[in-house]
Design a protein around this ligand. Structure first.
Ligand SMILES: [Ca+2]
Length: 106
């Protein structure tokens, strides 16, 4: 009986350890992506002669991510309705003022 409890305890501890490890990796990966994302935005705004705003779904609303060069999916402000506020830049049906914005962006 005690042996069974010990085996189950070891299995539970192993599962918990693996779970904590995976969650930690997730947070570290997310944080590094966030830092990289913020760093690119700051660098491009401060050092660019021309600023291009990301609009991957081409709904003319950017999510505020910028670039110094006209990369694919980036446009000058003159070609956009808004340079910020697109909470889902992968779906052209979602942008500020759209019917789906309240559902998706909350
Ligand atoms: Ca967009």
């Amino acid at each position: 009986m005690n042996g069974t409890i010990r085996v189950i305890s070891k299995i539970v501890i192993s599962i918990l350890t693996a779970t904590v490890y995976i969650i930690s990796l997730f947070f570290i990966f997310s944080f590094s992506l966030l830092c990289r994302y913020i760093g690119e935005g700051e660098k491009s705004v401060e050092n660019c002669q021309n600023v291009y705003y990301k609009d991957f779904d081409r709904d003319k609303y950017s999510d505020g991510v910028t670039s110094c060069s006209p990369e694919p999916g980036f446009f000058p402000a003159s070609e956009l309705i808004s340079t910020f506020g697109d909470c889902d830049d992968s779906d052209p049906m979602v942008h500020p003022g759209s019917a789906t914005e309240d559902i998706v962006c909350k």
